[in-house]
Write a protein that binds this ligand. Structure first.
Ligand SMILES: *Cc1c(COP(=O)(O)O)cnc(C)c1O
Length: 457
């Protein structure tokens, strides 16, 4: 088939949809470092993890060897309500940029949660239900994960308790109402309802909260209530595994037309969408079958990969979670109130951290105003109002396409468009009013945060 036959949107038939998730860890020579028990410094056992997480999810978390893990039929049926997600050939963007590059994006905003997060939410809720649990607890930053989980729990009839980072809770009251419509209870974090929340509030009553802090509260809630477990929307190996559906669908669609991307780009908060998008392609590279350039894009205000250190750290502010080895800014790091709420996490997926450490993936940090310029440009050219998080990937995709224009190279670029920005209009308003500024943590701030990393011997 010739190039010009490629449609604007490449859809897959139901029968072409992935039947199994792909576990990139199976093809990694150096596996991501294990989670450690903070009390002993020893790897967390399945039994210890099962106090916090659902049993089957613990098994997936610890499985570094099984390449394909079947997607249960019930989850595949749920996926069919909003998947396959479209793979779009950005003809309009290419033309407007006047670039020889060919640009594709995988759009995950086609469901009510407005992001890719539903892919893992339904899987996690399914395993919790299967275990006979009453409900799950979680944190949410920008609100996409909480919404996705509320939808999944609403569908399966599970109770859902969401701790929402306070500044988002206040900025995004309508997000909160979507979650409540699906039956979730939503508490602003830090809250006086948990011990860890009370402690954090006592130390800093004015705090606007952080993901790390909301995680501590959600974990405490789960471990102190019978029949509840904690679920997390990113960072963990299991979440990357579920998100591999994004990369698998993209690859199946591109393969149909014989298209091979040169550059694959995604925004990186905790790393789940990027990890999922690149997984099958990274697998080919790890097996020595093909070469790709992978680029993780993060906000300059929360630069875990580009300015963080690769070390064991706590996943949460309250230090109740296991230690993970990852690129981190320190668990006490509270980023400025950046408008890309979903990218405000201090750490990064251990899988992506290891791949980055080995030089298999690049990372770039971009300033907020440059991101919104790209967002606005994209909205006008391609029609979709992108989430600020997703717009980090758009920024770098445009930069790469413009570089092709200079060099005349006809590179094929694939990027992840993780979601829509309808709940981010406060941020768009700031941008449109010229009131958005760029903030970078200073070296001193970061050094002070690194000094508080746990010491392991
Ligand atoms: C949560 C979120 C992200 C970032 O999370 P990752 O785990 O890094 O993928 C990116 N885009 C959107 C729209 C999100 O909701």
């Amino acid at each position: 088939m010739t190039e010009n036959k490629i449609p604007y949107k490449i859809y897959l038939e139901e029968s072409e949809m992935p039947q199994a998730w792909y576990n990139v860890r199976a093809d990694m020579t150096t596996k991501p470092a294990p989670l450690l028990n903070p009390a002993t410094g020893e790897p967390m056992t399945a039994e210890q993890l099962e106090g916090v997480f659902c049993r089957e999810l613990v098994a997936q978390e610890l499985d570094n060897d099984t390449r394909y893990i079947p997607i249960p039929q019930e989850i595949r049926d749920f996926y069919k309500m909003y998947r396959p997600s479209p793979l779009v050939r950005a003809y309009c963007l290419e033309e407007k940029l006047d670039t020889p590059a060919k640009i594709y994006y995988k759009f995950e905003g086609n469901n009510t949660s407005g992001s890719h997060k539903l892919n893992s939410a339904i899987a996690q809720a399914y395993y919790a239900k299967n275990q006979g649990l009453k409900g799950v607890t979680t944190e949410t930053g920008a609100g996409q994960w909480g919404t996705a989980l509320a939808m999944a729990c609403g569908y399966l009839g599970l109770d859902c308790k969401v701790y929402m980072v306070k500044c988002s809770y206040e900025q995004k009251p309508f997000r909160r109402e979507v979650m409540r419509t699906y039956g979730a209870t939503v508490t602003p974090s830090p809250s006086p309802t948990t011990e860890v929340g009370r402690k954090i509030l006592a130390e800093d009553p004015e705090t606007t909260g952080s993901l790390g802090c909301a995680i501590s509260e959600a974990v405490e809630d789960a471990t102190t209530h019978e029949g509840y477990r904690y679920v997390l929307g990113s960072v963990l190996n299991q979440v990357l595994l579920h998100q591999s559906v994004v990369g698998l669908e993209s690859k199946i669609a591109l393969d149909k037309y014989g298209v091979v991307p040169d550059i694959i780009i995604g925004c990186a908060g905790g790393g789940s969408n990027l990890g999922g998008l690149i997984s099958p392609f990274m697998g080919e590279m790890l097996r020595g079958e093909r070469e790709y350039k992978f680029i993780a894009v993060e906000p300059a205000s929360c630069p875990s990969l580009t300015r963080g250190v690769y070390a064991y750290d706590f996943c949460d502010t309250g230090k109740v979670c296991p230690l993970a080895k990852m690129y981190t800014l320190g668990s006490g790091f509270i980023p400025s109130a950046n408008h890309a709420g979903g990218l405000r996490y201090h750490g990064m997926s251990p899988v992506l951290s290891e791949l980055y450490h080995e030089g298999l993936m690049e990372a770039r940090s971009v300033e907020q105003t440059k991101v919104f310029e790209a967002a606005e440009y994209f909205a006008r050219v391609e029609g979709i109002l992108p989430a600020p998080e997703s717009s980090h990937a758009i920024r770098v995709a445009i930069d790469e396409a413009l570089r092709c224009k200079e060099t005349g190279e006809e590179k094929t670029i694939l990027f992840g468009l993780t979601g829509t920005g309808y709940f981010d209009l406060y941020a768009y308003q700031k941008f449109n009013d010229g009131q958005m500024d760029d903030y970078f943590p200073t070296d001193e701030e970061l050094a002070a945060s690194f000094a508080k990393l746990p010491k392991l011997d």
